[in-house]
Design a protein around this ligand. Structure first.
Ligand SMILES: C[S@@+](CC[C@H](N)C(=O)[O-])C[C@H]1O[C@@H](n2cnc3c(N)ncnc32)[C@H](O)[C@@H]1O
Length: 523
């Protein structure tokens, strides 16, 4: 296998957009944990370490024209592919550098945000040291760093799977993808013959089924790197501590609320602990965490009161996530099911259903007068954690009516990056993300919806269903229902019609609201 410092380079990674990497997501986690987030209104700098095929980097650059985005990756195939997207998407605020973390250009300067996703657990210890040095040298004062990694104890019972795959792959011939296919076949063989490891670890046996559905290139990067390590939270906090960084919070947002992560039986453990570093370790044990997205700050400035938050971070906007949400609203976040109900949430729902508001505007609303600001801020944050509300970097318009009449007219895309990505990728067999400068982040679209949108933009509405069908047949991708391929032509046409109807009813209005799609109104 070809590798740089034990990291595979002969097979490219898979393209993916990760919303956790958006500046708006990182800023919100800081704000909810009472840490002043970096200001972005007048521009900011963002560095991604190990940007792979760069879809997070480029989508975020397209969604944040005031930011300057720099990506670093050692694999020249990755950086060449990103450069193509940058050129096709006319992104003048993004650039990519082919370099090892140990040998970065001298003039990189300071960044308000540094992000590394899918890197720390997969590189040799000396490269980890290089990452810590970069954090120390290049994160601006008050800047935020996002790091994701495989964590313990969630990986404890599954770690041998990685060992089996890597050891068997090393014995095989060919490139890393071929070796991974061979190793998977071996893994399935010993699982199906009920090797004692699988008999003793039933979760590992089911885990193998999940692996078989994954892209082989993803599996190569996840499992074949020589120095794969899963860390305890405290180990990572220790590493970044040596760079002078302090833990701020984590993503997804609900992970900042221990009561949403662990069963009520553990409440005492959390109530009696004030040290956040200890709380995080308790939480990982109680919830068996296998993956973490942590945010660190270089010299966090605290905002103890809601008034401080209104002064320092009132440029975030809140809205209700989906149309027609009603109370009581339930969400299961893995271990516990939580219910949102009561008059306070009823008022918030009414207020944020059709518009997005800043925290100061929510606090000033007539219907919420009398609720202490701290309780209200906490209710909004808990609502975000449970998926009831979403946070954006700018205001959103109201939801367009879903009647087809109001959604007639030519469909166009406002951002050249979105045009380029749709052109390159729709019906490529995977979801893709389009950038919204209203939200400051990307929004994922299934590949079928992407194909519908692409056809609408390129050739309009006439004969849409039959064009999609022709395109589908040409792509070699089978349409599926309930996990089964649909071969009957009439059934296939009906399903495509249903998908188009659903897109007009839900997908298109949402894209209009996000400012991704423009509709020329029909007079
Ligand atoms: C698993 S991929 C993650 C890619 C990307 N962050 C994403 O989420 O799609 C890890 C990336 O780190 C890069 N990488 C590994 N070691 C590196 C090093 N020493 N210097 C620079 N890049 C490195 C790899 O080439 C790869 O693209």
């Amino acid at each position: 296998m070809t590798a740089a410092d034990g990291y595979v380079t002969d097979v490219s990674y898979t393209p993916g957009f990760y919303p956790n990497m958006a500046p708006v997501a990182m800023r919100y986690v800081a704000a909810l944990n009472r840490v002043v987030p970096p200001q972005t209104a007048n521009g900011f700098r963002y560095l991604e370490l190990g940007c792979g095929l760069g879809r997070s980097l480029t989508t975020l650059a397209a969604a944040n024209p005031k930011g300057e985005f720099v990506g670093i990756d050692v694999n020249p195939n990755h950086t060449a592919s990103i450069q193509k997207d940058i050129t096709a998407g006319k992104l003048s605020n993004a650039r990519v550098i082919t370099a090892d973390f140990g040998h970065l250009p001298k003039d990189l300067g300071k960044f308000d945000f540094i992000a590394l996703h899918g890197v720390l657990s997969w590189v040799v210890p000396t490269v980890r040291d290089a990452i810590i040095s970069i954090a120390k040298k290049h994160l601006a004062s008050g800047g935020l760093l996002l790091v994701s990694y495989n964590s313990m104890p969630g990986w404890a019972a599954l770690q041998p799977i990685r060992g089996i795959l890597r050891q068997y792959a090393l014995l095989r011939q060919g490139d890393s993808a071929q070796r991974m296919r061979d190793a998977l076949a071996y893994l399935v063989f010993i699982r199906d013959k009920q090797a004692k490891y699988f008999e003793d670890n039933p979760r590992a046996a089911t885990y193998v089924d999940g692996l078989l559905k994954q892209d082989v290139n993803y599996l190569v990067h996840e499992y074949l790197n020589e120095h794969w390590t899963s860390f305890y939270f405290s180990e990572v906090a220790g590493m970044f501590g040596t760079a002078g960084l302090a833990f701020v919070g984590s993503l997804p947002v609900f992970t900042n609320f221990w009561d949403l992560c662990v069963r009520p039986d553990f409440q005492e453990l959390f109530r009696t602990t004030t040290n956040r570093l200890v709380t995080e370790s308790h939480k990982d044990f109680c919830a068996n965490t296998a993956f973490r997205w942590d945010i660190y700050s270089n010299g966090p400035r605290m905002m103890p009161e809601v008034a401080d938050r209104l002064r320092e971070a009132d440029d975030l906007f809140f809205h209700v996530t989906a149309a027609n949400v009603t109370l009581p609203y339930q969400s299961n976040l893995g271990v516990v099911t939580s219910t949102v109900q009561g008059p306070l949430y009823q008022s918030l729902l009414g207020l944020l259903a059709d518009k997005s508001l800043r925290l100061s505007e929510i606090l000033a609303a007539n219907e919420l007068k009398g609720t202490p600001p701290a309780d209200l801020a906490r209710a909004v944050d808990a609502g975000v954690a449970m998926g009831l509300f979403d946070v954006t970097a700018g205001p959103l318009g109201s939801r367009p009516a879903t009647s087809t009449a109001s959604l007639e007219g030519a469909v166009s895309l406002t951002n050249p990056f979105n045009k380029a990505i749709l052109h390159l990728d729709s019906l490529g067999g995977r979801a893709l993300a389009l950038a919204s400068s209203s939200t400051g982040t990307g929004h994922t679209l299934g590949d079928f919806d992407a194909a519908i949108l692409h056809e609408l933009v390129e050739r309009g509405r006439d004969g849409l269903t039959s064009r999609i069908e022709t395109r589908l047949l040409g792509s070699g991708r089978a349409l599926q229902q309930n996990g089964q391929p649909v071969s009957d032509a009439a059934e296939r046409s009906q399903l495509i019609q249903q998908s188009c109807d659903a897109f007009f009813a839900n997908g298109l209005p949402q894209l209009v609201r996000l400012g991704i799609v423009d509709l020329d109104s029909v007079v």
